[in-house]
Design a protein around this ligand. Structure first.
Ligand code: UDX
Length: 447
């Protein structure tokens, strides 16, 4: 009998994991506490934009013509407890209000609601990003609250998916990391991940704290890499150098690697910023805060990029105030191929300029609804061209392909002044300058 899996929490991580597990051939029951999410997913619709996810759902959600029928959704904990051999906990761990630490309340609540329904041996697998030490505590809680006692076991299996590539990253991960305390847990997880492991995905077996740390360490490293190149952008700008060339040149050293070396307005989103902060907070609790003080610098370099962009925009409109100026902002999401605007550097810059008196008009291919909800007072345009119409300066703040394919000649005709700032080092300066634009990119020479 193939294992029966449940997935608790159907956000980016959970919805993708549930669909991917059905694709791997398992019967899957997804749970969310929000009935409208369950209803949407049961109709094969996804509450966010993630390429390929709706197609994967439609392929497996029960009730669709031609679907495998292996995937269902519910709000019932009892049903989940009865159904699953393995339960994946995929709820989110946002930053606590006014603190660096992460908010564990969704994780705690998921465990305390699930455990009383575990009446037969089960493996609960935590996938949420949590402070190191959480797994040991949650394992004890499971044994205490589950009717089946010590036969409700815990494993920690961090998730490394990137938004925009969530389906691909879940079906073909670059590594699988499991924190376990028994052979039974390890062998159940080997069964779950048999397909990617057979394709060559490394399967790393560790203890709880190491598995928890792998996730935060990986995100801290990525954040550091981005802030490193952004620090080089600051120095390049001061010295008249070109950070894009510099990144290309150091990237050929395969110990360094070319990825994650794009300078610009920095990282945002629901993971990197809050994860490095929660990591610092947890290290502090453990008495190891000195080890991570560099992450404070990583965070400040990153936040400085946003202010620097505002300053470049101010220079572009004459150096004084933004009053009476129209600023076009291309991009609202924190990265392309996503509709996620959480801690988006683009919207942060747009908001700062508006607060300083500028008239800001934003356009984004997928993030408009979420952006409007978060910043209802910004101006919004239905197309890039309309956003640029009448603008004194254009800011390119999220590197969507659509923006690289824009026609600079057509935009120059509608802009008040053809002046563009590339906050993502993704546009071709030559093309824009040839079309008559004053083009400036972060960390690169002005002309
Ligand atoms: C990240 C991790 O990559 C992923 O492994 C983890 O599971 C969750 O957090 P994600 O939040 O989807 O994924 O975004 P990512 O692709 O890492 O980009 C983060 C931010 O860094 C974006 O705002 C992006 O624009 C920015 N970035 C990325 C840069 O500024 N420069 C780069 O070179 C790369």
């Amino acid at each position: 009998m193939p294992l029966k899996l449940t997935v608790i929490g159907t956000g980016y991580l959970g919805a993708t994991h549930a669909a991917a597990m059905a694709e791997l051939g398992f019967d899957v029951l997804g749970l969310d506490i929000e009935p409208h999410k369950v209803e949407m997913l049961s109709q094969g619709r996804v509450p966010m934009y993630e390429p390929g996810l709706e197609e994967l759902l439609a392929k497996h959600v029960a009730g669709f013509e031609g679907s495998s029928g292996r995937l269902r959704f519910t709000t019932s904990w009892e049903e989940v407890g009865e159904f699953g051999d393995v339960h994946f906990v995929c709820v989110n761990t946002p930053q606590k209000h006014g603190e660096y630490a992460c908010d564990m309340s969704y994780v705690e609540s998921a465990f305390s609601l699930l455990a009383p329904h575990l009446r037969r041996p089960a493996l609960v697998v935590g996938k949420s990003t949590v402070p190191v030490g959480s797994a040991a505590r949650l394992a004890a809680m499971l044994t205490e609250l589950a009717p089946v006692g010590a036969d409700a076991e815990l494993a920690w299996n961090p998730e490394f998916l990137r938004e925009g590539f969530a389906v691909q990253d879940t079906l073909h991960p670059d590594r699988i990391v499991v924190g376990v305390t028994s052979e039974r847990a390890e062998s159940l997880l080997r069964e779950v991940y048999a397909t990617p492991v057979a394709e060559g995905t490394p399967f790393v077996v560790a203890d709880y704290p190491t598995a928890e740390l792998v996730k935060t360490a990986a995100n801290a490293f990525l954040a550091t890499k981005i802030s490193f190149i952004n620090a080089m952008a600051e120095v390049s700008e001061a010295a008249g150098g070109d950070v894009a060339k510099l990144a290309e040149a150091i990237g050929y050293d395969d110990r360094i690697g070319a990825k994650f070396l794009r300078a610009g307005i920095g990282f945002g989103g629901g993971c990197l910023p809050k994860d490095i902060r929660a990591f610092m907070a947890r290290a502090g609790e453990l008495g190891a805060d000195q080890a991570l003080t560099f992450l404070r610098e990583v965070d400040s370099i990153n936040m400085r990029r946003r202010t620097h962009m505002v300053e470049l925009a101010r220079e572009a409109v004459g150096g004084g105030s933004f009053l009476g100026c129209r600023i076009a902002v291309l991009g609202a999401t924190f990265k392309p191929d996503s509709d996620d605007v959480r801690d988006s550097p683009a919207l942060n810059v747009a908001g700062q300029i508006q607060l300083q008196g500028g008239q800001v008009t934003v356009y984004d291919p997928k993030g408009m609804d979420n952006a409007r909800r978060l910043f209802p007072t910004l101006g919004y345009a239905p197309t890039a061209l309309e956003a640029v119409r009448g603008a004194d300066v254009v800011l390119h703040l999220t590197e969507w392909r659509e923006f690289r394919e824009l026609d600079p000649l057509a935009l120059a005709e509608v802009a008040k002044r053809p002046h563009i700032l590339d906050g993502r080092n993704a546009l071709d300066p030559v093309v824009w300058r040839n079309a008559g634009w004053t083009f400036r990119a972060m960390g690169r020479p002005a002309a």
